[in-house]
Design a protein around this ligand. Structure first.
Ligand code: ATP
Ligand code: MG
Length: 459
């Protein structure tokens, strides 16, 4: 990690807010989508402040296409509801407005207060009748943070400086409350305020730091990086459901290879996935292998055929599970039974920190269970194999592993040709030139069941 020094602006210090007028920044209204623009203007026409906020401003400045557009305003949820017929209010703790457009939902939130004080007492002093603005438990984790605030307070409660920029529809300026523009220029991930306090408040932010560093190809500021390395084990305190969501984003956004390296170096991998970490300790190129399997996933994302969660888990945990299953098999347990037992042990361990759906666990198990049959050459009863649940993902796993290990697998080529042939056949475009192995099987097997319906979907 590169070393970077710049005075840190502690939360609560007087911040020097910078306003960058339209001619001095690159965001143009042409980059915004119609629904977002329409929402911003409607709020403004009703006399409210309306900003684009968060990740979309960061992405627009970087010239990237934002995944979604988030809007913040000083209108209350009730006022927003009156202004928009397509509005539904969601969230029990903090009400947010979801505006339903034909093909997307725009989220509009009322500016929220910062969690800058240690115990909320200052806020209570200011507003004797109101409850404290935020509450932290004895570990310093925020357990409540749900009160309206000013635009600046809203920026200060965000995670990183680059995620706290705002675009003001009133004059098309960019507002930088926390030094985010300098960090964008220097390609730095830097928490707002004291990193130790911010990671203690919400340990998920450590994972988010890694996600942004990997996806944007930014460095994590040195002090922040040191704190993540010291605090990695506290990630287990995060809410399992949120952790699961963030982990999906880590591995499914096209930078899983880089994410893996950072997770390993930071110690977060050990804290999150002890099973995998133990296996990686065995060395012999295991880390490099996982890195390659994850890069395969990244290529799928970049090619527009994103992997399923089951395949993602298989790329991450498959090699360790198969290795362990083989060890048990050599000790006399039937392979499939050994594999299922290994999967169960892994799931038990994962459930201590993550809440992941049983369906996803089944997918991973199915993908791995199919491997011995898929690796057989020539294959037996391919017609029935393609109908097995998660066949498409299992075949992808076969390809991933063959490439990652540099194996020449006749079965892999056979399946590629078989699937390609079947797809052409089923669309009646041409009669495929069946591979040699398939022709041989066709001759031997006189009575064939009708061709199964299969899709060429990569998932
Ligand atoms: P992406 O483009 O990947 O969606 P994003 O920056 O929009 O990235 P989100 O998870 O969609 O990330 O969150 C939206 C915004 O909410 C962030 O930009 C950040 O300002 C704020 N935010 C999200 N999670 C946290 C958190 N744990 N702590 C503080 N602020 C957060
Ligand atoms: Mg977002």
């Amino acid at each position: 990690m590169a070393m970077h020094f710049r005075p840190r602006c502690a939360m609560g210090d007087a911040m020097i807010t910078k306003i960058i007028p339209r001619p001095e920044h690159a965001i143009s209204r042409k980059q915004l989508n119609r629904s977002a623009l329409q929402t911003l203007y409607r709020l403004q026409d009703h006399g409210f402040t309306a900003y684009l906020v968060g990740g979309c401003v960061r992405d627009l400045i970087l010239g990237r296409i934002p995944k979604d557009f988030d809007i913040c305003t000083n209108a209350t949820p009730g006022q927003i509801k009156k202004m928009f017929r397509n509005c539904r209010l969601v969230g029990r703790r903090f009400r947010l407005a979801h505006l339903h457009f034909r093909d997307e939902i725009i989220e509009v939130a009322t500016f929220r207060a910062t969690a800058a004080n240690d115990d909320g007492s200052a806020d209570e002093a200011n507003r004797p009748d109101s409850p404290p603005r935020h509450l932290k438990n004895e570990d310093g984790m925020i357990i409540r943070d749900n009160i309206f605030g000013t635009p600046e307070e809203d920026a200060l409660r965000r995670d990183f400086t680059i995620n706290a920029l705002a675009y003001n529809i009133a004059d098309y300026s960019v507002i930088d409350f926390t030094g985010g523009l300098t960090d964008l220029e220097q390609r730095l991930i830097r928490p707002i305020g004291d990193p130790l306090v911010r990671f203690t408040e919400d340990p998920v932010r450590m994972i988010r730091a890694i996600r942004f560093a990997a996806t944007l190809d930014f460095a994590i500021e040195q002090e922040t990086w040191n704190i993540i390395r010291n605090q990695a084990s506290t990630i287990k305190r995060a809410a399992p459901a949120r952790l699961y969501e963030e982990i999906l984003k880590l591995f499914l956004l096209g930078s899983a290879g880089r994410v893996f390296v950072l997770l390993e170096e930071s110690g977060l991998l050990k804290a999150l996935f002890p099973w995998l970490n133990r296996w990686l300790q065995g060395g012999g190129g295991r880390s490099e292998l996982i890195n390659k399997t994850l890069q395969w996933l990244d290529n799928m994302v970049h090619e527009g055929t994103p992997p399923s969660v089951g395949l993602m888990l298989a790329a991450l945990f498959g090699p360790s599970l198969e290795d362990q299953a083989l060890v048990r098999h050599r000790a006399g347990i039937p392979y499939q039974q050994a594999l299922h037992a290994c999967c169960s042990s892994l799931y038990e361990e994962l459930r201590e920190t993550l809440s992941f759906p049983a369906k996803v666990g089944n997918q991973l198990r199915n993908i791995l269970s199919l491997q011995p049959s898929l690796r057989k050459f020539p294959p037996r009863r391919p017609g029935s194999l393609v109908n097995r649940q998660d066949f498409a993902a299992a075949r992808n796993y076969l390809r991933i592993m063959a490439d990652a290990k540099g194996e020449t697998l006749p079965a892999r080529d056979w399946w590629d040709a078989y699937i390609e042939g079947r797809v052409i056949e089923s669309s009646a475009e041409a009669v495929p030139a069946a591979p040699a192995a398939k022709r041989a099987r066709k001759k031997r097997r006189r009575r064939r069941s009708p061709p199964p319906k299969i899709s060429n979907q990569l998932l």
